[in-house]
Design a protein around this ligand. Structure first.
Ligand code: NAD
Ligand code: TYD
Length: 355
């Protein structure tokens, strides 16, 4: 049985990936996560006692702890998702983004390199370090065009700049030291277990809590939405079949303005959980001050991963959004715990207050 280190496995995308690995492969997963406000073990409650899922509350900036995990578990590879991930938070406080996304990736790369250097030749060449990144490193598009793997990096927010820096470190560790890395740059994800600070879960939560739905500026910014399980499948395909040193863009060909997304959510909610007073959820929309430096449009050309690795998304925007709304309506306690602090208290009792 082979072992994989997954960082950030208690987060939104990481928990979907861990579930896929446990349910659809024979691999053993060492899930390394600091459990910041965004990490939630309740997302993996069904796998808590699974014999192939081991959780370690570890900060990726802690070199000694990482060395211990590599030595103890002898992994065949790493999929690195741990990061600070929210643009608005990065604008209000970039420090954690520099620390985790840049210094943390550097620390993980060095721990991986030290371990990998000591492997036998066959294990050295089979080893993979998969760095999970974002299309936001490419900056903002105008009305036309798509992001290709060859686009120049032009990150605009503290979040995307910190991810761009980490991408460059990974590239350099491959070029200079020969570490067998692969990298993916994905568009905006949505689906179950996403912290309600990002657009889609925030809007669902606010709508059913009878709060305003805050649209930044005119609501005409465009994002290219991908259902999280489609991303997880793409990550595993790249880990297994991607060529070392290569990067792959991942996206679902689902360009929508923010207003289109919110209107879709409102009509799904009108259908699935009508308001008691007969009003429509869209009446809760309000326009608020725009985000500083707000990127206008993201859109992915996923031709390379489609052609070379045969990946295709399974969910359409319509099926994925319906599943997502259903999940949030069926799991109000998951949201209540993460927004009320109840979950944090539970975590601190069980894991100690170390964040
Ligand atoms: P998330 O915020 O939901 O989860 C991040 C996880 O990392 C959390 O569990 C958190 O506890 C953990 N973490 C944070 N700092 C840590 C540290 N110092 N040490 C160990 N663990 C730490 O994020 P997500 O949306 O699941 O994103 C995962 C990755 O995918 C990120 O690298 C992000 O940049 C990338 N990505 C996200 C999207 C998206 O739309 N969400 C799109 C493309 C790429
Ligand atoms: P977000 O989910 O934060 O992802 P990102 O900024 O990484 O793309 O935001 C998606 C889009 O939705 C972005 O254009 C900002 C906008 N937005 C709002 O209009 N209102 C909100 O309350 C939030 C959180 C985002």
């Amino acid at each position: 049985m082979q072992t994989l280190l997954v960082t950030g496995g208690a987060g939104f995308i990481g928990s979907a990936l861990v579930r896929l690995l446990i349910n659809e492969t024979e691999w053993r997963v060492i899930n390394i996560d600091k459990l910041t406000y965004a990490g939630n073990l309740e997302s993996l409650a069904d796998l808590a006692n699974h014999p192939r899922h081991l959780f370690s509350r570890t900060d990726i900036c802690d070199r000694a702890a990482l060395d211990g995990l590599f030595a103890a578990h002898a992994p065949s590879g790493v999929i690195h998702l741990a990061a600070e991930s929210h643009v608005d938070r990065s604008i209000h406080g970039p420090g954690d983004f520099i620390q985790t996304n840049i210094n943390g990736t550097y620390t993980l790369l060095e721990a991986a390199r030290a371990y990998w250097s000591g492997l036998e030749p066959a294990a050295r060449s089979a080893f993979r370090f998969h760095h999970v990144s974002t299309d936001e490193v490419f900056g903002s598009l105008g009305d036309t065009g798509l992001f290709l793997e060859t686009n120049a990096y032009q990150p605009n927010s503290p979040y995307s700049a910190s991810k761009a820096a980490s991408d460059h470190l990974v590239r350099a560790w491959h070029h200079t030291y020969g570490l067998p890395t692969v990298m993916t740059n994905c568009s905006n994800n949505y689906g179950p277990c996403q912290f309600p600070e990002k657009l889609i879960p925030l809007m669902i939560h606010n709508a059913v809590s009878d709060k305003h739905l805050p649209i930044y500026g005119k609501g005409d910014n465009v994002r290219d939405w991908l259902y999280v399980d489609d991303h997880a499948r793409a990550l595993w395909l790249v880990f297994e079949h991607g060529i070392p040193g290569e990067t792959y863009n991942i996206g679902g060909h689902n360009e929508k303005t923010n207003l289109e997304v919110v209107d879709t959510l409102c009509s799904l909610l009108d259908d699935m959980k009508p308001r008691a007073d007969g009003k429509r959820y869209a009446e809760q929309k309000v326009s608020v001050t725009d985000r500083p430096g707000h990127d206008k449009r993201y859109a992915i050309d996923a031709g390379k991963i489609e052609r070379e690795l045969g990946w295709k998304p399974v969910e359409s925007f319509e099926t994925g959004m319906r599943k997502t709304v259903r999940w949030y309506l069926d799991n109000p306690e998951w949201v209540a715990h993460v927004v009320s602090g109840e979950y944090r208290q539970w975590m601190d009792r069980n894991y100690g207050d170390r964040t």
